[in-house]
Each structure stands twice: as C-alpha cells, then as structure tokens.
Design a protein around this ligand. Structure first.
Ligand code: DX5
Ligand code: ZN
Length: 215
C-alpha cells in the first residue's frame, strides 16, 4: 500500500520541516488539503504555501482541492508544483474542462467523490483521469471516524476499470490508520491518505512502514 501523509495534521508553523520529517519517514506522496470555506466549512491554505514548501522534497505532491471552482485555480496549483490535482465531482466547475486544464499543464488529474456520491458518478470520466479518490469521511476536517461502508465503491470502480481494460489507482482519504487499513486493502485501494494516524504517532516512520506493509 502507498501512504500519503496529510499535511492537514502537521504543525503549520514549520510545514517545510514537517515535509522533510515525512519524507525521511518513508512517505510515498505528500497529501495537501486545500479548503476554501465554501465547498467545505473550513479554510486551510492556498497555492503560495504549496509553492513555498515544494522545495523540501522530491516526492509527489498530491493536491486535494476541496474548493467550489477548481477550474479557476488549476493553473495556480500547477504553477505551485502539484504533481497530481484531484478535485470534487460535486464542485461547480465544468468537469471535462477542469480535467483538460489540469492535464494541459502536465499535471495528473483525479476526481474525488464525497460519501453521498455513488461510484457510478465517475464512470463517464474514467478514460480521462489518472486517479479516483473515494472519501471515507465527510471532507473538511482531520481526525474523523473511518466510514467502512464507502469501500464497496472502491470495488465498483476497480471492477468497471477492469471491464474497460484500464488501470486507474484508487485512493481513500479519512480515518485511515492501523485499525482500518486492512479493510481498505481488501477492497482494492492503492493509496491511503493518513493524517492523524501518522502525525500524532510517536514514531511516524514505524507507522508508515506498518501501513505500507498491508497488501
Ligand atoms: C479531510 C481531508 C483529509 C484529512 C485526513 O477533508 O481531505 O485528507 O486530513 O485526516 P485523517 O487521516 O486524520 O482522517
Ligand atoms: Zn484530503
């Protein structure tokens, strides 16, 4: 399993050092949660912050946009150094145009679905995207409980891809830790985001290694 620590749970006063700490702890990707206080009831940080911390690691930046108008800001996040930009299918932007915009900037586009959105919502876009992110909590905050009943969506997406002869990695986000990752692995998840479980651990390297060892 690949592990993407969510910087939402880091010490924001030293985000650069926190990224180095996660890099040294064996993180596969860095997950950066962008919230606009409109699409979700919380505000985090924007493209200038990502640009400022980009130099602290060579690992991929997995930028999760929880914003109402991702099309408007896609260029900013591409300029800031995102490698992957995922945005919500429930947003207000034109989905195809946003996918095309992200790809035109040499960044991998991915779609995210909230807990109430069915797996089938992403089916029309499967041939155009590089990742699907299935939320296993309501987006907006770290430290919430894992919703195991989201996992059948992962299996449905994986099955649909197989039917079409394509392979798209599926990521889950929210409530992932040592107690829940096995369920995710069984459902066919490729990448797990983990905030609280990694950042609140005494030994993040050990936790990341344990999570990565789950097949
Ligand atoms: C929630 C964010 C997540 C969050 C995960 O809206 O998208 O990335 O930081 O945090 P944990 O692992 O604590 O649930
Ligand atoms: Zn996230």
């Amino acid at each position: 399993m690949k592990i993407a620590p969510s910087l939402l749970s880091c010490d924001f006063s030293k985000m650069g050092e926190e990224i180095v700490r996660m890099d040294k702890s064996g993180a596969d990707w860095m997950h950066l949660d962008i919230m606009d206080g409109h699409f979700v009831p919380n505000i985090t940080f924007g493209a200038p912050v990502i640009k400022a911390v980009r130099k602290y690691t060579d690992k991929p930046f997995d930028v999760h946009l929880m914003i109402s108008n991702p099309l408007k800001y896609a260029d900013d996040f591409a300029d800031a150094g995102a490698d992957i930009i995922t945005f919500h299918i429930e947003c207000d932007s034109d989905i195809e145009k946003t996918i095309e915009k992200i790809r035109s900037r040499g960044v991998k586009p991915g779609l995210v679905i909230k807990p109430k959105t069915p797996a089938s919502a992403v089916f029309p876009y499967l041939d155009k995207i590089d990742l699907v992110l299935v939320m296993t909590v309501e987006p907006g905050f770290g430290g919430q409980s894992f919703m195991a009943d989201m996992l059948p969506k992962v299996t449905k997406i994986k099955d649909e891809c197989k039917k079409r002869g394509i392979e798209i990695p599926v990521e889950v986000d929210g409530g992932i830790g040592e107690a829940t990752i096995e369920l995710a692995a069984k459902a066919g998840v490729d990448i797990c985001v983990a905030g609280t479980a990694v950042f609140k651990a005494d030994d993040p390297a050990k936790v990341i290694a344990n999570l990565q060892s789950i097949k």
